[in-house]
Design a protein around this ligand. Structure first.
Ligand SMILES: [Zn+2]
Ligand SMILES: [Zn+2]
Length: 308
């Protein structure tokens, strides 16, 4: 139920992207403006973003299965890496077509019609963007909210392009047009870079954000009064899911049940600190045994020992 209602908004976003792409391409067709062309190409990015969000919702939320026991939350990195690569291609093709226009500026035609269609496209983006952000917040869906914010940045790009074309209209300086196009392209390159580096960092098991880590350590530090210490706190982000593991050092004379009760308590409390899905695992050790500190890193120090 929750998924289908989220998907409904993403379909709205896809429909909006198709409408705005058509309007902006028409604005480019009637004027011949590089600025409008680059803005239209940026809307194609939005279409990919919405499609990607939809696929992500489907694949990432697929429950764990025998072949993928940790779930499928990393699926989104493949989509965002591809999206990043595609928009880089779009940006470089804008720059390639805009540079000759700087050398030899070409006059724009039907500027008023172009402005009208571009403005119309921005209104569509604005309304859909605001709807997505509002509902994303209400439903606690980061996917929906991120898609909405993406649309809002697109509105600002269009406002910049429209302002530039209005300037062309009043000054007659046609060189402004390819310059705007290149600025839009640079912005697209920055977005593409962020998408690709985010995917790369995710595929390499980046740690959870600093503010999230602080929430966890603050709580773990507070356990000292209950004679519980910790070490080997390891975290990683896998798409919308976070994995957190640690060793809990408890008094050696505690019973297995006592230790396990605390472990469950700690795991549940940490899960409760987050809105998004978190998997927490713990490892109980006696604080007074020197063997407990030999396993802090990701590689274990193997020591010769007698069987217990
Ligand atoms: Zn258990
Ligand atoms: Zn340990």
């Amino acid at each position: 139920m929750k998924q289908t209602s989220l998907a409904k908004f993403l379909y709205l976003s896809i429909a909006a992207a198709i409408v705005t792409i058509s309007l902006k391409f028409y604005a480019y067709q009637v004027t011949g403006s590089m600025g409008f062309l680059s803005d239209a190409l940026e809307s194609i990015v939005n279409l990919f973003a919405a499609l990607f969000a939809l696929i992500m919702l489907r694949i990432s939320q697929k429950p764990a299965d025998d072949g993928h026991v940790y779930g499928h939350s990393k699926a989104e990195y493949f989509s965002s890496a591809t999206e990043g690569a595609l928009i880089l291609i779009a940006a470089f093709s804008i720059i390639r077509t805009a540079i000759p226009r700087i050398m030899e500026p070409a006059p724009l035609e039907n500027i008023n019609t172009g402005l009208l269609f571009s403005l119309l496209a921005s209104v569509v983006n604005l309304l859909v963007g605001l709807t997505l952000i509002k509902n994303g917040k209400k439903r606690k869906s980061l996917v929906l909210e991120a898609d909405g914010r993406h649309l809002m940045t697109d509105v600002w790009t269009s406002v910049g392009v429209i302002a530039g074309i209005v300037m062309v209209k009043f000054t007659g300086w046609f060189i402004i047009d390819p310059i705007i196009a290149i600025l839009v392209a640079l912005n697209i390159i920055y977005t593409g870079y962020k998408l690709i580096s985010r995917s790369a960092s995710g595929l390499m098991d980046a740690t959870i954000p600093a503010e999230d880590l602080e929430k966890v350590t603050l709580y773990l530090d507070s356990l000292k009064v209950n004679e519980i210490e910790y070490h080997s706190l390891l975290t990683r982000v896998a798409g919308q899911r976070k994995f957190i593991s640690m060793h809990l050092l408890v008094p050696g004379e505690w019973s297995v049940k006592q230790g396990h009760d605390w472990a469950d308590n700690v795991e549940e409390t940490i899960i409760g600190l987050f809105d998004e899905p978190v998997t927490v695992s713990t490892h109980i050790e006696p604080v007074d045994d020197p063997a407990s500190v030999k396993d802090i890193g990701i590689d274990r120090v193997i020591m010769p020992r007698q069987n217990p």
